[in-house]
Design a protein around this ligand. Structure first.
Ligand code: SAH
Length: 491
């Protein structure tokens, strides 16, 4: 480990001699890239009002100055004297700034000292062993509910400067995601263990657009208690990715719903519902729980809108991103994000669209308030979702809902939530009859194409999915399971 530190220090000593942004970023187009990516990265951060921020690997202070104008206090750390001197020159006049020259792997702070730990290209300069204990330290330094933001070059390097020896660890984004999600704190005085939940993970658009490089990835994570386990998984994301939405499970679903879709009716209901929105070219659409993105490609291609699809499942978004490469539609973007934690500024979207997703989300009133704020005045909301009937739930239905981890309401209760969130023109329609028709058609199609299904998947897959559909049909015909369509506008 000491050898890693020695090499790292030597490398950066060599590259900090000039203390310019080009040297620090190891890129000749550093200024232009900074201009593009800075606002993008800052827009992902929570509102820093009243925040104590720790900035690690602060360099000459590209981000320090921005953080200083937003936060209550910023502690900027870097191990290169010349970088830090330059940072101080630029930002030392701020009374809320503190500068520490130190190797970040050797830092110590008391627990619960910060609300945000920010770093940009830092963890790629740590060995696996160093990184593991470092992530755990950050977790401890953060207050519960605090955030860590980091951005790394995944798979290969970002810059274009020729360097003889670049002691960088190029991990895949999956490796970083795995590392941060598996770290846990010891049990604290409050009796809780803490860990990180994903808020958003996405690639930096500036690098995709300017350098055709999709491997600049950033993460925003929240420190949360780990006591609330979802059926044995430490995060809800892991529950989704390992239970209902394994990569294989997703493709099997897609075979039933139609190419590109993981929800009721696939392309046919999508066309019907999207038509209600009167989309205009250039409008901004947010798809909450976008799955593998079929609806997003459809909207962008047919109406010329820009779509941001977010989904908490890594498996879903990985498939969506792969499909996006063949679709070649820069107007469609995808990110891994938790809709209940992601933040957007007020009035960001013309349309918020969500298909059969909110069944996974417990606090629907809070989510709908966010939707209301994220929409522009006059903006439209369209949701389809699983609901329940008014009648008492059968044991079978209870078991099903619990096993899936769904949270279901009647469609009239759902409509009330939307009104209470401030929406106008709320329409809450019971579409259960259509639901039954669609399930029957999907089932029929699967039975007609049984051989093809088995060839592509397996007999076991075929039986499992067809049985699943028959059970769904049973639950719907008995009136336990219902399907709702919701439309509302912001005044
Ligand atoms: N809307 C897509 C996918 C529907 S499946 C389609 O119509 O094809 C439901 C999706 O909701 C899954 O992809 C699941 O990962 C996602 N999801 C569940 N909880 C979420 C959350 N809190 N934030 C974002 N996405 C979530």
């Amino acid at each position: 480990m000491d050898e890693v530190r020695r090499q790292m220090t030597e490398f950066w000593k060599e590259h900090s001699k000039d203390a310019t942004v080009e040297k620090m970023m190891l890129d000749s187009r550093a200024s232009l890239l900074t201009e593009q990516e800075l606002p993008e990265i800052l827009s992902l951060l929570p509102c820093l009002n009243g925040y104590d921020v720790l900035e690690l690997g602060a360099g000459i202070g590209r981000y320090t100055s921005q953080l200083l104008t937003r936060a209550k206090h910023v502690t900027a750390v870097d191990f290169m004297e010349s970088f830090l001197e330059k940072n101080k020159e630029a930002n030392g006049h701020h009374s809320n700034a503190e500068f520490i020259q130190a190797d970040v792997t050797k830092l110590e702070f008391p627990p619960n000292s910060f609300d945000l730990v920010f770093s940009n290209w830092l963890m790629m300069y740590m060995s696996n062993e160093e990184l593991n204990s470092f992530i755990k330290k950050m977790l401890v330094w953060l207050r519960p509910g605090g955030f860590v933001f980091f951005r790394e070059s995944c798979n290969h390097r970002s810059g274009d400067c020729k360097v003889d020896f670049n002691p960088t660890y190029y991990r895949t984004d999956a490796q970083y995601s795995y590392l941060v999600s598996s770290v846990e704190s010891e049990v604290t005085e409050t009796g809780h263990k803490y860990g990180f939940d994903i808020v958003v993970k996405k690639n930096i658009k500036a690098y995709v657009e300017m350098k055709n490089n999709p491997n600049q990835i950033c993460w925003l994570l929240e420190k949360v208690p780990r006591s609330l386990k979802t059926q044995g998984f430490s995060t809800f994301q892991q529950f989704l990715d390992n239970q209902q939405y394994t990569s294989h499970g997703i493709l099997r679903y897609e075979k039933m719903f139609g190419a590109g879709y993981v929800s009721t009716g696939g392309p046919s209901t999508t066309k019907e519902f999207v038509d209600m929105l009167n989309l205009k070219p250039g409008q901004e659409v947010l798809d909450v729980g976008c799955g593998i993105g079929g609806g997003d490609f459809y909207m962008a291609k047919t109406f010329g809108v820009k779509v941001l699809g977010l989904d908490l499942s890594e498996n879903m978004v990985n498939i969506a991103i792969k499909r996006a490469m063949t679709e070649k539609l820069p107007s469609v973007q995808f990110e891994v994000a938790d809709a209940t934690k992601r933040m957007f500024s007020e009035g960001s979207f013309d349309v918020i669209y969500s298909r059969d997703t909110i069944l996974h989300i417990p606090d629907k009133p809070a989510l709908f308030k966010h939707f209301h704020s994220w929409l522009k005045p006059g903006g439209q909301l369209l949701i389809s979702d699983y609901c329940c009937g008014e009648k008492t739930w059968t044991q079978e239905f209870k078991d099903y809902v619990q096993q899936r981890g769904y949270i279901l309401y009647t469609h009239s209760q759902y409509g009330k939530f939307l009104e209470e969130a401030g929406f106008c023109n709320v329409r809450a329609e019971d579409r259960s009859a259509q639901f039954i028709q669609v399930i029957e058609a999907e089932l029929q199609r699967a039975e007609d194409n049984k051989d093809e299904f088995i060839k592509e998947f397996s007999e076991e897959d075929y039986l499992a999915i067809v049985n699943g559909w028959r059970e769904k049909l049973g639950r719907s015909k008995s009136g336990d399971q219902r399907w709702g369509l919701f439309y509302a506008t912001k005044a």
